[in-house]
Design a protein around this ligand. Structure first.
Ligand code: HEC
Length: 276
């Protein structure tokens, strides 16, 4: 015997081999419409609860930063004050303009601010009525029982927040960073895993949408620290937050729409609902 032996395959086996070879070149996933109903129900439930969570997160961000600069609404200046501090206001004042604004009536707020502006002297503390206001309005929460809420029980404690505002301290930033890095990765991994089943053309748009939140969270958290050094980084905080929100909204709306209200285009039907 000489020369190569030619193996003749059964055509069905040949087809099978060709098909599996093709699959190793390119994996596809199925479009929402080709998924079992139960899976779509599971996806929708997850998206609805995560979307509600996202709305609450945005309300929280707004409430804890808006108005710190004395003007209503959320601006880059509010973020600069939150992360790097304020040149003109003490921490007590920016808290009273911002997140603590609804804890007391305006005239009491002005009394406290006037006292701080007069130098926050101890002699003045009782006679101006500031001690009484703080006792009545603030001590329910600021009684020292929660280590993350500044203690305001005596004059000494209050002077700590009535000094120049240097923004969020590094330890607080580290604590919030690790919570955000873990939490947001989970959220966008889950939302991304659902969104993978959508049919989006061109494909790069799908990939950019999937990648944006991960790049944005790193830029966002990095800029909290960098804003302390160079204030214009507050813009990066603002823009990366907006990009994250946009990516979330786009993935949420597209997934929900394609899951329930979408008619597969002919090329997708021909392809047996395979998307990449
Ligand atoms: C319902 C509970 C509650 C009441 C009432 C309250 N605070 Fe707060 N306060 C908080 C919490 C929680 C934080 C920390 C979280 C944050 O920074 O938003 C905080 C943070 C602060 C800070 C630090 C802000 C910063 O940027 O680090 C100051 C200053 C402050 N409060 C002052 C006051 C004053 C003054 C009053 C009374 C007029 C008051 N708070 C009433 C819950 C409260």
């Amino acid at each position: 015997m000489s020369g190569a032996t030619k193996i003749i395959l059964n055509p069905r086996i040949q087809d099978y081999l060709l098909e599996t070879a093709d699959m190793t070149i390119k994996e596809h996933t199925r479009h929402f419409k080709a998924l079992p109903l139960g899976m779509r129900v599971l996806f929708s439930g997850t998206l609805i609860v995560l979307g509600t969570g996202y709305l609450f997160a945005m309300i929280y961000v707004f409430e804890s930063h808006a108005g710190r600069d004395g003007k209503p609404g959320l601006s880059v200046n509010d973020l600069i004050i939150a992360y790097s501090g304020s040149k003109t206001d003490t921490k007590l004042e920016s808290a009273l303009h911002g997140p603590m604004a609804n804890m007391l009536p305006a005239e009491e707020k002005n009394k406290i601010i006037a006292w701080v502006r007069r130098g926050a002297a101890e002699a003045d503390f009782k006679s101006s009525g500031v001690e009484g206001i703080i006792e009545r309005r603030c001590l329910i929460c600021h009684n020292g029982s929660n280590p993350h809420v500044p203690n305001l029980t005596d004059y000494e404690d209050i002077t700590k927040v009535a000094q120049a505002d240097t923004g969020m301290d590094i330890f607080t930033l580290v604590r919030v960073s690790h919570i955000h890095l873990f939490g947001i990765t989970f959220i966008f991994f889950i939302v991304g895993l659902i969104f993978i089943h959508a049919y989006i053309r061109p494909q790069w748009l799908k990939c950019i949408t999937l990648a944006t939140p991960f790049v944005a969270i790193l830029a966002d958290i990095g800029s909290w620290y960098l804003t302390k050094v160079y204030q214009p980084f507050a813009w990066v905080v603002m823009i990366s937050g907006a990009l994250m929100g946009l990516a979330f909204a786009f993935m949420w709306i597209t997934s929900m729409h394609q899951m329930w209200f979408y008619r597969m285009p002919p090329e997708l039907i021909e392809n047996d609902g395979r998307v990449s």
